[in-house]
Structure formats: C-alpha cells, structure tokens
Design a protein around this ligand. Structure first.
Ligand code: FAD
Ligand code: UDP
Length: 365
C-alpha cells in the first residue's frame, strides 16, 4: 500500500514525490512515457543535452525555488536571447533597443519612444485590450506587431490573434535598454548536464514505473494508494464528461548535423507565416558546447488531437469556462490532488510548477 500514487513523472509529480518521501510517505510514481521528466526531459546525443520537448530555460525571481533546484544540480549562466528571422532579416528579442534600431535605425531611447508613440498613435483608443492583437498594438504599434508577433502567434496558436488572450504577449519584456535577456527574472540558467539529471535526483530512491498509463490500470493502481496525485489532462480524468478542452500540440524534428555551429544561437524564431515551423533550437548553445557535431530541432505547432501529446492549454474564454466546470468536479474529489500544467490547465513555467507543488505538499502534510 502506498500513501501516494503519483500520475506523471514530470516536474510537478517529481517534486511532490520527493517532498512526500522526505516526510516519510511511501510513493509510487508512474508515467505513460518511456522516460522520466515529462516535457523537461533531456537526452544526450553526440555529447549534447537535447531538449526533446522544446527549449527549456529555467528562470525565476523566487529565491526559495532557485535555491531548491540548485540543491539538486548546478546551473550554468545561460541567458536566453532569441533572435527572430522575418523574411531573411534578423531582429533581437525580446523587444528592446537593439530591435528598435534594427527596425527603424533609432539609436537612443528618446528616439525609440518617439517612433513607438507614432506607431501606437492609431491604437490609443484601445484602453483595455481584449485580445493579443489589441494588446500587442497598444504596446508596440504596427511594425513590431506585423513583423515579429502576428504571424508567429497565429502559427503557434492556430487561431487569429484576435482570439488569443492578451496575457500571452505580456509574457515578453518590452524595454528601452540594449538588453536581449528574454526574461526579467532575478535568476536564470540551465542545469549543467541537463534537466533529466535534476529529475533523477528528485526521484532518487522512489519507485518509478514507466510505460504505465493510469487509465489502462486505474482500478488496480487506485486500490494500492490512499491518495492520488494526478498531473495529466483534467478533462481526460473525468472522461471528457463536459466535452474536450483544447490544447496545442507540437511536433519536433530533430537532426544531427555534421557541422560545428549551425545558427550561432540556441533559439531562432521564424516569425513569418510562410515558414512552417515556429523556431529552430540548436541545443549545444544552452551549455556552451564545443562538440564537433550539432543537434538542431525544428518545432511545428498543431491543434491537439486524440493520440497527440498536449503541450499548451488554450486559455481563451471558452476553454476557461469549460475548465472551471472540471475544476468544480476536481474540488469534490476527496483523495485526489490535481497539479501541474495539464491538470490545472494553466500556462505554467517550470518555476511556477515547483512553487505550486511545494505549496501543495506543505498544505497536505
Ligand atoms: P508535464 O511535464 O507535462 O508532465 C506530466 C506527465 O504526466 C507527463 O510525463 C505525461 O506523460 C504524464 N501523464 C499524463 N497523463 C498520464 C497518464 N494517463 N498516465 C501516466 N502518465 C501520464 N518553462 C519554463 O520555465 N521555461 C521554458 O523555457 C519553457 N519552455 C517550454 C517550451 C515548450 C515547448 C513547452 C511545451 C513548455 C515549456 N515550459 C517552459 C513549461 C514546462 O515544460 C512546464 O512548466 C513543466 O514541464 C510542467 O510540468 P508538469 O509536471 O506540470 O507537466
Ligand atoms: N511571440 C511572438 N513572437 C515571437 C515570440 C513570441 O509573437 O518571436 C508571442 C507568441 O504569441 C507566443 C508568446 O509571445 O505564444 C509567448 O512567447 P514565449 O516565448 O513565452 O512562448 P513559449 O516559449 O512558452 O512557447
């Protein structure tokens, strides 16, 4: 008999399992995939830690969370500074003085502010942006929206930018300094040796069963544990009884190239519609690799369908309303804890998942 059956060996499940075990509880953690780590899983190819499910950069302003992850693995000093390619021209991201110079040739913050005021002038009547398009136009005006946001966003989400929530573009900094750091957080880095090492440390001494789908073994598994921690899709848990939630899925095309340096940066976004992928990742640059070969990944976005991996919740009004109905059912379950990106249907970054998992376990035990 286990105290906790933890469904999903991603970050939420692994942190929960680690903390519960530390408090003397007996845990079994299962995952339907053939490996631990969920979407942060990294795999060593040609001496390079490949982020199998897309670029993962750890960033947080929460010192407790930063100290927590650093207590398991050492982090390097990687700072994310993606480059955008729009019709063959390169722009720095996030939106900063380098970008403004590349767009308009403006050299000082005053010149940049003046230019952006001009660009925003026709949108000043929008006082409360209702969607991503309005939010982007109010923030940076027409050129930035048309070259760096609209087509990328519509590829990524498969919907018009007018149907995507405004908060999604507010994830990106907008600043009047020559600073290409994609995040504003105090701490940032990549675990030296890959994220899988972090998860292995979290799960040390804990029973793990891979290739095990909860729903295929529900009856036997449920009988073996007092409490279930569920980190899969919330709608699936309830048999889609109110209908299916929307998710975005991704396809990753990994290739090993017989060259040392393909693009000179870990992340290059392709912000135009006519390029079918959203970004190309060159993994060695996350860890300043000097290997002879390189591994690159093209990332394609698609609407989630049965059988695909769900990666992003689609937090528009329609789906949030549906989620609330599932949440109501979840709150009535007495021995099931729902946590993480899929079970809470939230666009959580890694640090947030850890924060929520630590908080949950402290309330629980
Ligand atoms: P998951 O990692 O999805 O883990 C859930 C696990 O449950 C999975 O392993 C799944 O196989 C398993 N599971 C589901 N259903 C079942 C079932 N029925 N039976 C058994 N097992 C099941 N965050 C950042 O902070 N920085 C970044 O740069 C960043 N980049 C990202 C890039 C991409 C492309 C994506 C998709 C996400 C990114 N994130 C990033 C977010 C990060 O991946 C998540 O915050 C984190 O992985 C969520 O952890 P989780 O445990 O909630 O979910
Ligand atoms: N985005 C954009 N252009 C870019 C990068 C991002 O318009 O070059 C928008 C897009 O809508 C995306 C959102 O900003 O979904 C958040 O970007 P982020 O890089 O945080 O997305 P993630 O890495 O989570 O996919």
């Amino acid at each position: 008999m286990y105290d906790y059956l933890i469904v999903g060996a991603g970050l939420f499940g692994s942190v929960f399992a680690h903390e519960a075990t530390k408090k003397g509880k007996k845990c079994l953690i299962i995952d339907k995939r053939e490996h631990i780590g969920g979407n942060v899983y990294t795999e060593n190819v040609e001496g390079i830690n490949v982020h199998k499910y897309g670029a993962h950069i750890f960033h947080t302003s929460n010192k407790e969370v930063w100290d927590y992850v650093n207590s398991f693995v050492e982090f390097n000093r990687y700072t994310n500074s993606p480059v955008a390619n729009y019709k063959g021209k390169l722009y720095n991201l996030p939106f900063n003085m380098n970008t403004f110079y590349q767009l308009w040739g403006v050299k000082t913050p005053d010149e940049a502010r003046k230019k952006i005021e001009e660009q925003r002038a026709e949108f000043l009547h929008i006082t409360e942006p209702k969607n991503l398009e309005e939010q982007a136009l109010v923030l940076g005006g027409r050129d930035i929206y048309e070259k760096l946001i609209k087509e990328y966003t519509e590829k990524q989400w498969g919907r018009p930018a007018t149907e995507i929530p405004a908060f999604i573009i507010r994830r990106l900094p907008f600043r009047f300094t020559f600073d290409n750091n994609y995040f504003n957080d105090t701490y940032q880095g990549i675990p030296i040796g890959g994220y899988t090492k972090l998860i292995e440390k979290l799960l040390e001494g804990i029973e793990v069963r891979l290739n095990t789908d909860f729903f295929e073994n529900k009856e036997t598994l449920t009988k073996q544990a007092k409490t279930i921690v569920y980190t899969g899709m919330i709608d699936q848990y309830f048999n889609n009884c109110f209908g299916k939630l929307d998710y975005r899925s991704l396809q990753f095309e990994h290739s090993v190239l017989d060259q040392e340096n393909f693009q000179g940066n870990a992340v290059v976004n392709y912000t135009e519609k006519s390029v079918p992928y959203t970004r190309i990742i060159e993994h060695k640059h996350f860890e300043f690799g000097t290997q002879e070969k390189t591994v690159v990944t093209k990332e394609y976005s698609s609407e989630w369908q049965e059988g695909d991996e769900p990666y992003y919740p689609v937090n528009d009004d329609k789906n949030n309303v549906l989620y609330d109905k599932y949440k109501e059912l979840a709150d009535k379950e007495t021995n099931v804890i729902f946590g993480g990106r899929l079970a809470e249907y939230k666009y959580y970054d890694m640090h947030k998942v850890i924060e929520v998992a630590l908080d949950r376990i402290n309330k629980e035990i």
